[in-house]
Design a protein around this ligand. Structure first.
Ligand SMILES: NC(=O)c1ccc[n+]([C@@H]2O[C@H](COP(=O)([O-])OP(=O)(O)OC[C@H]3O[C@@H](n4cnc5c(N)ncnc54)[C@H](OP(=O)(O)O)[C@@H]3O)[C@@H](O)[C@H]2O)c1
Length: 282
């Protein structure tokens, strides 16, 4: 298959390159390919893709609060452009979305059919991106994921591992619950999705759930750091964007297809082993 990957230099983009290496990949990212520009349709059409995986996004959750127009241009209008291009080319579209489309008022895992109600600009623009993609192109799979980390780019795992090697105490919020997802596992799930005829919204996140504090504690323990991880509340760690207190999603539809992502603890242990992140105990 000829597969276009937008956001190919991002965390997920890098993992997709590895996992889908047997295919004919066309890797697109800024500055040469910018979804806010009018040449998006032409650039995708001339490739004649079978599949477009749209991973490019404005992903700075707090930054979106101060730059809502930019977030809208990339996540909504950019997605619409990519969806139109995929439709015109007869290519299947895979659009990446987020757990932050939900408000967190549920206390059991969100299902694909549950009503979305984002609390922040990032979530609002990603949700509107979902809607535009589904309206523009019937052959679309929206893949909602969460708490992504991988070898490339900045992410929570790297930040905590780095902080734990220089600080004796880390303060991490303990009242937001979600599911850490290794970008490599997500890339493998996307590959499996390409082997199905799924359409519409699916959830794809690491199995199990935890708070950010539990996640950080596991990282610190696995790298052998003596740093203390102190639980704090969201209110104590004021951030520009509101975040859902509970954003665990059930991968119901993928499970029905036999597609499963590993438990977050197993995925994290594997990742840290590969990344060779180790701090000598003092
Ligand atoms: N990271 C998470 O925790 C998370 C959670 C849920 C869902 N998601 C979704 O999963 C997808 C992949 O996330 P990720 O973590 O791999 O994101 P990422 O590392 O931020 O990668 C996104 C890529 O898109 C590029 N990009 C930004 N603006 C663009 C534009 N106007 N035109 C073309 N490319 C542009 C970025 O370039 P620059 O770096 O130069 O801006 C970056 O290379 C995104 O759709 C995201 O919304 C992520």
């Amino acid at each position: 298959m000829r597969i276009v990957i937008t956001g190919a230099n991002g965390q997920l983009g890098y993992e997709l390159r590895v996992v889908l290496a047997e295919h004919n990949l066309v890797l697109l990212d800024v500055p040469a390919f910018d979804v806010t520009r009018s040449d998006v349709e032409r650039k995708i059409a001339e490739v004649r893709p079978d599949v477009v995986i749209h991973a490019a996004a404005f992903t700075n959750v707090d930054g979106a609060e101060s730059e809502p127009q930019r977030a809208m241009a990339v996540n909504v209008e950019g997605t619409e452009r990519v969806a139109r291009a995929a439709a015109d080319s007869g290519a299947r579209l895979v659009y990446l979305s987020t757990d932050y489309v939900f408000d967190g008022s549920k206390q059991t895992p969100y299902l694909e059919r549950d009503e979305a109600n984002p609390l922040n600009v990032y979530g609002q623009t990603k949700l509107e991106g979902e809607r535009r993609a589904l309206v523009r192109h019937s052959n679309t799979v929206v893949v909602r994921t969460a708490w992504l980390y991988g070898m490339h780019g900045r992410n929570f795992v790297k930040t905590i591992a780095q902080a734990a090697s220089t600080q004796s105490e880390l303060r991490v919020v303990d009242d937001q619950r979600g599911s850490p997802t290794h970008a490599g596992d997500l890339a493998r799930a996307i590959k499996a999705i390409l082997g199905t005829d799924l359409k519409g919204v699916v959830h794809a996140m690491g199995s199990g759930d935890c708070t950010w504090h539990e996640f950080a504690s596991e990282i610190v323990s696995l790298i052998g750091s003596p740093a203390r991880v102190v639980p704090v509340s969201t209110a104590e760690m004021a951030r520009p964007a509101r975040r859902p207190a509970y954003s665990v999603l059930a991968n119901t539809i993928l499970a029905g297809q036999g597609i499963r992502l590993p438990h977050w603890k197993d995925a994290l242990a594997q990742f840290l082993k590969q990344a060779k992140v180790k701090v000598e105990a003092k």
